[in-house]
Design a binder for this molecule. Sequence first.
Ligand SMILES: Nc1ncnc2c1ncn2[C@@H]1O[C@H](COP(=O)(O)OP(=O)(O)OP(=O)(O)O)[C@@H](O)[C@H]1O
Length: 649
Amino acid sequence: MTQLSDIQNELHALAEQGLLRRLSPAFSAFIASLDTAPAPDALLLCSALVCELEGRGHSCLDLNDLHPHPGRLLSWEADTWRALQARGELPHDARAWRQALSGCRQVRVTPAPDQQQPLVLDGDRLYLRRYWCDETLVAESVTSRARAAGSPDTAALRDWLDRLFGAAAGSDEPDWQKAACALALRSHFSIITGGPGTGKTYTAARLLALLYALAPDARELRVALAAPTGKAATRLKQSIDGALADLAGKVGELPLAELTAGMPATTLHSLLGARPDTRRPRHHRGNPLDIDVLIVDEASMVHLEMMAALLDALPAPARLILLGDKDQLASVEAGAVLGDLCRDAEEGAWSDETMAYLHAATGHAIPGRYRGNGGPVAQQTVMLRVSRRFGGPIGALARAVNDGEVEAAQAVLRARERGVLAWNEHARQSEVLDLALHGREGAPASLARYLALLRAGPPHEGGHEQWVREVLAAFDEFRILCAVRAGDWGVAGINAAIEARLTETGVLACRGEWYPGRPVMVTRNDPGLGVYNGDVGITLPDPGRRGSLRVYFGAGDTVRSVLATRLPQVETAFAMTVHKVQGSEFLHAALVLPPVAPQLIARELIYTGITRAREYFTLLSPEPAVAAEAIARRTTRASGLEARVGGES
Ligand SMILES: Nc1ncnc2c1ncn2[C@@H]1O[C@H](COP(=O)(O)OP(=O)(O)OP(=O)(O)O)[C@@H](O)[C@H]1O
């Protein structure tokens, strides 16, 4: 057996203490085993760190982050890092780390030729090979698509934009929605970002009308809609269909309803043809998607690997339009693609050419403050700035949190305006359960209606499907959102406590794994069953087979069901993590924070939680300082994407 070096022993000790996942020292040992020469300490440590960071959502390790406070990178105490330093010979600055890694056969130093090394050093960033390839593909693909000229007839475009949005009035602020459509028409890639209710889908529907109106042959145009989750795809389709129906009077002879009748809306997984036994989907550059236009909603949830797979499968002449809120939480998996691509969205950073084009196409002169020298992606990005849904206290709270203004956020929460917002600053777990079962003063929405419908059961004669629909809709009125998974204040503890309370009070018999009324969230894609990670369904008796339970999923106007026992990968979903409710909205969202906030609880998580609430938002924290700390903290994810797409256009 090979003798472990001091650094390797220390890495194992850190894993024992829970400061590293066990995979990280194991990966480091694997890297060392690839060469007969002994691995230098710098390589042993960096390979463990790059693996660890991948598990925390980072695409790479930036060597500059190893100084002057390396502990911060992994939320370690300073002593932990000092102990590591004492055990090995570690470099003292980024240049020295680079030098130490450059000499290793396991590391490809770009632009040297690829010899399939497992690690890639690009500038000061060290990547797992797969992530470097994905990031390179995404950066190159979006940049070249953004540069590709869509050459619209500007006069015809202006005419259509005026029809769909109205002609330019004398306002100071441009019509951002119009600008977004104009830019999307100009090339093969564009981003429409904005907070909730800023009209991203409203704009996308008008964009579709424009694309059909300006296409040489509208009937030949193949358009698809997609989103990371089934729920988000269904919502997108419903909103787009609604908005298209409203356009009927504005599009003259264009048979919009007919043209969009069969337009598919799917999850990205099923669009790409994900397969359970391999990472490689059915569609890729060798077997591209048969699509001319793809609109992807909730793009903030799309992780790096998925975005790379999508761009690989989308033919170069196809137009990709990403919709999403750049300020929301990034995906659990590595990468913060939308955030990285939108780095200039607030400022515009538009070139003279873009400014002139927007003026000509929309009739609005763009104020000079939006001029800048952003890269090709920035030239194709528009941020919508006016929210039509979040004007009131929830909007004010979301803005304060997003801006990191702790005191302003606390003041809005404490004002409890019209019962819309409430903050239980010293919450006990039993109060979370009370809220879930009964709502609170000013915010009646809770699980009460859902439970009443379950108690009443389906009508005796027929009407089962209608009842199921009502149960599904009632469940979506309220949700507990947790910041963490484990412990009394995480999804595990809260779900168990709700089940215990419901059983105690005789409301539901939450015994065994499956029971009628158990809401579940699917935790693993199963294309065979047509269920995907994040889908939420309700367990109910099967009307056709006594004693048998099925899980019912709402899918737009239809309801699908799967035999409960065929769904091994699910968890109870009275409470869900904030990550898992992205793309969903509830009449009343209750965000629960733990007594001690780990680093991962930051502003983006609180903002995402708040913006899930349509009418009422409640914050519950056993310790008020945790909310303040989280709002003050920003999540940063190491990635090279922002730098790669940030160059001048
Ligand atoms: N220019 C506009 N004029 C009138 N109503 C608008 C306009 N833009 C958006 N709306 C309305 O505002 C509401 C929110 O718009 P929409 O759903 O498109 O926003 P969104 O940004 O997609 O929201 P979400 O974050 O939920 O995805 C809708 O009712 C829509 O019809």
